[in-house]
Design a protein around this ligand. Structure first.
Ligand SMILES: [Zn+2]
Ligand SMILES: [Zn+2]
Length: 166
């Protein structure tokens, strides 16, 4: 797999700070109140290196004694999505997962349908190919997030996964 890590901008703390200031200016533009609760949702998503669902974010914030309602978490995630600061991904559960997207290279997710393991793959060739495909069809590629479903294979490369999800 070609290494595209070097394309990733700056440290994650810079990324979060940038995302935060973008969020604040978008919110101002759209005349939404940029409350500390909403900022806390953004920070939670950017702090995480995995794919969170709204409930997980809600629970994390509760643990930190941040007084926020589930509805506000959902609404804030929708705003973040609208401003291209998070991506929504379908990991084959019945609900949406979210991940940070500002300063994060486009990638695809390979998901094990048995155990739920998720592997992220970044690949330049694929990115270029998608860009070409878009151009050929009269589109300019913005961002992408792809999900592939399958079953993980053991070290020996033979045994298919039979694990139950945790
Ligand atoms: Zn598996
Ligand atoms: Zn991801």
């Amino acid at each position: 797999m070609p290494d595209t890590q070097q394309q990733l901008p700056k440290k994650s703390s810079d990324r979060t700070a940038q995302a935060e200031s973008l969020f604040k200016s978008y919110m101002k533009e759209q005349q939404f109140r940029c409350t500390t609760e909403r900022i806390a949702v953004l920070r939670e998503v950017y702090r995480s290196n995995t794919h969170l669902d709204a409930d997980e974010i809600f629970i994390q914030l509760k643990k930190k004694k941040i007084g926020i309602s589930r509805a506000t978490v959902y609404h804030t995630l929708d705003l973040l999505f609208k401003f291209h600061l998070v991506t929504k991904i379908d990991l084959g559960h019945k609900h949406t997962h979210y991940e940070k997207s500002h300063g994060v290279a486009n990638h695809l997710h390979v998901i094990c349908e048995q155990c739920g393991k998720v592997v992220e793959i970044r690949n330049n060739e694929l990115a270029n190919m998608l860009e070409t495909l878009c151009k050929e069809n009269g589109f300019e590629l913005g961002s992408f997030s792809l999900q592939l479903f399958g079953s993980c294979i053991g070290e020996e490369g033979e045994k298919k996964c039979t694990e139950k999800p945790a």
